[in-house]
Design a protein around this ligand. Structure first.
Ligand SMILES: CCCCCCCCCCCCC[C@@H](O)CC(=O)SCCNC(=O)CCNC(=O)[C@H](O)C(C)(C)COP(=O)(O)OP(=O)(O)OC[C@H]1O[C@@H](n2cnc3c(N)ncnc32)[C@H](O)[C@@H]1OP(=O)(O)O
Length: 353
């Protein structure tokens, strides 16, 4: 008949954890739990007294967490118990007299000051890692915002100068002179959706997605794909309104990356959108409406239909759906920007009180 015996148990501690090493070869049917700060161990295996059931219980000196992690190898069972509060214990067990089966694990043994040093090194290397991640992130964001700022400033300044020099004529060739840089900036702007998705910045995903998809739809499908749209004055208004906000938004972000704030830039970033956003959406809607007849005539992107319904549907069907979607997108983003504005200025006011 098998007897129930106690295995040899080796222990060591750190400020956060207790490590137990149970000398049991090929341990099976492990039952390890912690209740009321007492660890119960039961298993079958080959220990000091051969193949047998082995068990022990350890009432800990101080409170520990109930979750216990263990890993059994061919030679031993390693158990880690987390201390409820970080700190150094004078001994492991509640009773002053150490149980006979329990001995220090000199392979893992550390005195308090060594463990403190190890803990400090861990914290320092963790801080160093997160510090270099933050520096890298800020450098990436700063560069991204700088590139966008330069792109949109070039667009805005170029259009303004051309308007002063050429007057009304400049409205008709905006696409030919500006679109390449606008294509570049708007493709790059997709990074903003990814940044929001992966938590690189604290921005909301849906507004960023609406913004990028909305603009790229107008730029690539409505304006870019139809030659008939290239010389329309609406291109001027769309590009001018888009770039008018970005020459404030990107410098605002750049300053944030270097932990600096210029009140005027902050005010402009969170205020200029109030007239610009509805005007921008209006200009985009005009472009969509103007493109409908062009799509109908050219049959570009027409949608194949089953024969019973006719040969194909004009892409303008999509545009009729897109127009109300623009209003929904406008409302979502307007509400989002309004909340951002209130949050920004409310916090600032409170901070300055
Ligand atoms: C159901 C809908 C289906 C979709 C169908 C499509 C519908 C299409 C609708 C089309 C509507 C779009 C029309 C639009 O194209 C028209 C115009 O653009 S007109 C011109 C005026 N436009 C604007 O004013 C909008 C400008 N754009 C924006 O403001 C942003 O793109 C927006 C996503 C709308 C809002 O930005 P965000 O959510 O990021 O807010 P914050 O700026 O307050 O930023 C929040 C925090 O994140 C930090 N952040 C964000 N980005 C960066 C960055 N690049 N670098 C560094 N830091 C960044 C920022 O600092 C904030 O942090 P903290 O609060 O700590 O300061």
């Amino acid at each position: 008949m098998q007897q129930t015996l106690t295995p040899h148990v080796y222990w060591a501690q750190r400020h956060e954890d207790i490590y137990l090493r149970v000398e049991l070869i090929d341990a099976q049917n492990l039952d390890i739990s912690v209740h009321d700060n007492v660890l119960q161990f039961r298993a079958q295996g080959h220990g000091a007294r051969g193949q047998n059931d082995y068990e022990f219980s350890l009432p800990f000196l101080n409170a520990v967490k109930t979750e216990v992690s263990h890993r059994s190898t061919q030679r031993q069972v390693n158990i880690t118990v987390r201390k409820q509060l970080s700190g150094w214990w004078d001994r492991l067990t509640l009773q002053e007299k150490k149980p006979l089966f329990l001995v220090p694990d000199f392979d893992r043994w550390m005195d308090e000051s060594d463990a403190e040093m190890e803990l400090r090194e861990k914290v320092t290397s963790c801080n160093a890692n997160s510090g270099s991640y933050i520096t890298l992130k800020k450098a990436f964001l700063f560069t991204y915002n700088l590139v966008q700022f330069l792109g949109f400033s070039w667009i805005f300044v170029n259009m303004t100068i051309r308007l002063f020099i050429l007057g009304q004529d400049s409205l008709y060739d905006t696409f030919y002179t500006i679109s390449d840089v606008m294509f570049f900036c708007q493709i790059l702007a997709s990074v903003e959706v990814l940044n929001a998705m992966f938590g690189v910045v604290k921005a909301a995903v849906v507004p960023a997605f609406i913004q990028v998809i909305g603009r790229n739809f107008i730029l690539f499908i409505i304006l870019g794909s139809l030659q008939e749209m290239h010389n329309k004055p609406v291109v001027f208004f769309v590009f001018y309104l888009w770039s008018a906000i970005e020459i404030f938004r990107y410098p605002f972000y750049m300053l944030g990356c270097i932990d600096t704030e210029w009140k005027t830039i902050t005010w402009l970033r969170y205020t200029v959108w109030i007239p610009l956003y509805p005007l921008g959406v209006l200009a985009e809607a005009v472009a969509v409406v103007q493109s409908i007849s062009v799509f109908d005539q050219s049959r570009l992107f027409s949608i194949p239909l089953p024969e019973a319904l006719g040969s194909s549907a004009s892409f303008s069907c999509v545009l009729y759906i897109y127009l109300p979607l623009m209003v929904i997108g406008l409302l979502i983003n307007f509400r989002h920007l309004y909340k951002q504005r209130r949050k920004r200025f409310r916090t600032k006011k409170r901070k300055s009180n």
